[in-house]
Ligand binder design. Structure first.
Ligand SMILES: CC(C)(COP(=O)(O)OP(=O)(O)OC[C@H]1O[C@@H](n2cnc3c(N)ncnc32)[C@H](O)[C@@H]1OP(=O)(O)O)[C@@H](O)C(=O)NCCC(=O)NCCS
Length: 310
């Protein structure tokens, strides 16, 4: 297949949204019979180019048919202090299996190599095409995450608040650097730009929660996407499972009457079993993957797809 790699034009966000929707619906329907998960409209997927091109202007990459100029694939790069993050990666359903995603990923890896940084992403464990794509390119799987779906009844979870709930408060607008430092103290990654973006709250709709110890040190951060097109908790990081649980409870308590997804480390067994008791259902599994050197972290992390983080 003859195609070339290019940047995203500002007039093609609707075409990008349509491509992402088409690739997800077709892949999940043909392999798992779950295409309906992504709805029948492409416009909610505008959130990807809108958020990503605001967050990292010019870092979206597309593959175009060399003759017609038609979009065949897209992916987004998020260069950060310690690493490059990548996501979402999608190939048009008519162009699958012909090297489009590989070419896009090779371009992302060239950029990371030029910056001398590792590349991080989160990939579905139900999707062997993407798992294989990344591991064939040298990515190494790290931690498994359970995608847990929770419906919060209109009158709340009906579960008493966990201990330490009083330590949780909304983040202040000037806290981006502090939140990034906190996450960097646990994980081998720092991404102040993401926290600044959430706190500025100009595109998308975000709320950022912080857990603070009595001595003023941060014990956790959890971002909530309030955009109806992406009802997810995360990204987030906490020092321990107890803090994670309190933060999730606090976030969910403000989301009564809605359904949310969060990615929880499968190894956080207390957190997972408690969320099961709260009614959580597994809908997918993901694995974080790293290309290049990146030491293992500590604490609890909640990855997301917007922006992709691991
Ligand atoms: C995942 C996706 C991006 C792959 O795109 P694609 O353009 O078809 O992928 P490519 O043809 O470039 O590459 C696929 C690679 O995986 C390999 N592969 C696929 N399934 C494999 C398997 N079961 N075992 C080993 N290798 C496998 C292919 O051989 C190819 O490797 P190669 O380049 O070394 O030959 C595409 O299926 C898609 O858009 N899916 C829906 C959206 C999605 O789920 N995105 C990923 C989010 S994590």
């Amino acid at each position: 297949m003859n195609f070339h790699i290019d940047s995203i034009r500002s007039d093609e966000y609707p075409a990008i949204a349509a491509l992402i929707h088409d690739s997800l619906v077709n892949w999940y329907e043909s392999r798992l019979g779950q295409g309906a998960r992504f709805g029948d409209r492409a416009d909610p997927f505008l959130i990807f180019p809108e958020v990503y091109e605001t967050l990292d202007p010019g870092e979206g990459i597309v593959a175009r048919d060399a003759h017609t100029g038609e979009l065949l694939g897209v992916c987004f790069v998020h260069p950060r202090e310690t690493h490059h993050a990548v996501g979402i990666v999608a190939t048009s359903s008519l162009a699958g299996g012909r090297g489009v995603a590989r070419a896009l990923m090779e371009e992302t890896l060239r950029r990371a190599a030029a910056a001398r940084k590792p590349t991080r992403l989160v990939s579905s464990l139900l999707n062997l095409d993407s798992y294989s794509l990344y591991t064939k390119l040298g990515f190494v799987p790290q931690s498994i995450f359970q995608d847990l779906l929770l419906t919060i009844p209109p009158d709340g979870l009906g579960i008493p608040a966990p201990p330490n709930i009083d330590s949780i408060r909304p983040a202040r607008p000037d806290e981006a650097a502090r939140l990034a430092d906190f996450e960097a103290s646990l994980q081998s990654l720092r991404r102040e730009r993401d926290y600044r973006f959430f706190l500025e709250n100009a595109v998308g709709n975000w709320k950022v929660w912080v857990s603070e110890a009595a001595d003023g040190s941060i014990k956790g951060v959890l971002v909530v996407s309030l955009n109806p097109a992406m009802q997810m908790l995360g990204p987030g990081a906490t020092t321990d499972e107890e803090t994670a649980l309190a933060m999730v409870w606090q976030a969910l308590d403000e989301l009564r009457g809605s359904t949310y997804v969060l990615l929880v480390p499968a190894s956080a067994s207390t957190l997972v079993s408690t969320l099961y008791r709260w009614g959580a259902r597994n809908i997918e599994l993901h694995v974080s993957q790293v290309h290049g050197e990146s030491p293992a972290g500590s604490g609890i992390v909640f990855p997301t797809f917007l922006p992709e983080s691991a």
